[in-house]
Design a protein around this ligand. Structure first.
Ligand SMILES: NC(=O)c1ccc[n+]([C@@H]2O[C@H](COP(=O)([O-])OP(=O)(O)OC[C@H]3O[C@@H](n4cnc5c(N)ncnc54)[C@H](O)[C@@H]3O)[C@@H](O)[C@H]2O)c1
Length: 417
């Protein structure tokens, strides 16, 4: 077996962390129990490019319970938990991941996963799938299906679909209702605030927090920041989302205005160069900048470097930039996903649903391999609803059922007043 991780002696610590996550992921555990009996992934090689966290480990173990052999690289140079990577090696996974990779090392690890010859690929951000469609097309032609975990990855893959370049079908796991409404909103909401607090230990009550992007992640971040007593300002480019933020009770304004009054800035847009030089130059002394969007391009770091005369690390995860006039701005986690770099990422309860979708989509793709076109597909309703039902069941929550009469009423156009 081949692998490359930081330190194998961390494996025992990692195993305990995985146990902890697993104890809070009942849906995935139920799927794993069924997979153990039915082996729907027997003989399937799976390549994953995912944040190497304890929750991801529970997904990987579920895929293995189904009979798969798995190779794994990290989906961000800074998000790998080294203990977990080592524990997974002990479990027989081909892991190529450690925290603090250079860009070259990051892509080397992705290429090692491709060398493994995967038949299914689980991606987060589409770097693995994009590499397969550029330098590694010979391997891509043998892939049954790919699965994408995040909004930014789905945006990239839909661009590939529009250009007609997809070599294999994709299922947009991110877009499942039982994923996006919970993972992106409650998961990112809580863990982003967690990352900022762990990195800075700052009080949020009474501070002005500027949230850029009021999509699924932004809504969650704004909601949780307000819950901690912050005054929240939302910055948007979409008039409908902006209106929603206004009616949710937030102040909405352009970033050039918000820049002057914010204490903490959080980006979650999936866009590039959202916070630029012209905004940074307006910020108050001591302003904190954090990003929760997928790539480290939302806070434009080259601009921050350009307007600064010096930079130093004041705490792990906190870089202090001193501007020419002496003002200081603080960048968290090098502008990468603050919840994964400065904290533990999403809580297991929420990853339970996201990764249940991943596991069930893998099974679905193997069963329907000949029917799937080379397009970006939605998660099948049967999978989406199964995940929601199982989650409710494991939480002990019961819901109502439509009566036959109600079902007919909802399907008919003939009944009105
Ligand atoms: N940190 C995490 O763990 C985590 C989890 C899920 C998603 N993500 C990432 O977070 C990002 C957002 O995901 P989402 O699901 O909320 O997407 P979304 O499409 O629901 O929301 C993005 C919002 O940003 C707005 N926006 C775009 N460009 C903007 C700009 N220049 N200024 C202000 N607003 C702008 C859009 O109008 C939209 O409302 C993506 O990169 C996604 O991959 C991160």
């Amino acid at each position: 077996m081949s692998y490359k991780v930081k330190d194998l002696s961390l494996a025992e610590k990692g195993a305990r962390l995985i146990e902890w996550a697993s104890a809070h992921m009942p849906v995935l555990n139920r799927i794993a129990e069924r997979f153990k009996r039915e082996k729907p992934l027997e003989g399937i090689k799976i390549g994953c490019c995912l944040h190497v966290t304890k929750e991801t480990a529970v997904l990987v173990k579920t895929l293995m319970a189904g009979g798969a052999e798995v190779a794994l690289s990290g989906s961000n140079p800074l998000s790998t938990k080294d203990e977990v990577a080592s524990a997974l090696v002990e479990e027989g996974v081909h892991v190529y991941a450690w925290r603090g990779q250079s860009e070259k090392e990051y892509y080397e690890c992705i290429n090692r996963v491709i060398d493994f010859g995967p038949m299914l690929v689980h991606d987060d951000g589409a770097d693995l799938i994009a590499t397969l469609h550029s330098e590694r097309r010979n391997v891509a032609s043998k892939i049954i299906c790919g699965f994408e975990e995040t909004t930014t990855g789905v945006i990239r893959l839909k661009a590939m679909e529009r250009e007609g370049v997809l070599i294999f079908p994709i299922i947009a796991v991110n877009d499942a209702r039982s994923k996006r409404l919970f993972d992106n909103r409650y998961g990112t909401g809580q863990s982003t605030i967690d990352g900022i607090i762990r990195a800075t230990n700052m009080l949020l009550a009474g501070r002005t927090v500027v949230v850029c992007g009021y999509g699924w992640c932004g809504r969650g971040i704004a909601m949780r920041a307000r819950g901690m007593g912050a005054n929240v300002i939302v910055v948007e480019v979409d008039p409908v989302k902006a209106l929603e933020a206004v009616m949710d009770g937030y102040r909405v304004m352009p970033l050039t205005e918000a820049a002057k009054i914010g204490d903490i800035f959080i980006t979650a847009t999936g866009c590039t160069k959202v916070i630029r030089k012209e905004h940074m130059l307006l910020m108050k002394d001591g302003a904190i900048l954090a990003n929760s969007g997928h790539f480290n391009v939302e806070i434009w770091i080259p601009d921050l470097e350009e307007i600064s005369i010096s930079k130093r690390k004041v705490k792990p995860c906190v870089d202090e930039y001193t501007l020419k006039d002496g003002r200081k701005l603080y960048l968290l986690g090098e502008g990468r996903l603050v919840n994964l770099v400065c904290a533990d990422g999403h809580p297991p309860q929420v990853m339970d649903m996201s990764f249940a979708n991943q596991a069930l989509c893998a099974e679905y793709a193997v069963k329907n391999a000949d029917k799937l076109e080379k397009k970006v597909h939605l998660v099948p309703d049967e999978v989406d609803l199964t995940v929601a039902k199982l989650k409710l069941e494991t939480m002990g929550v019961k819901i109502d059922q439509l009566t036959e009469e109600q079902r007919k009423y909802l399907a008919s156009w003939k009944l009105g007043t």
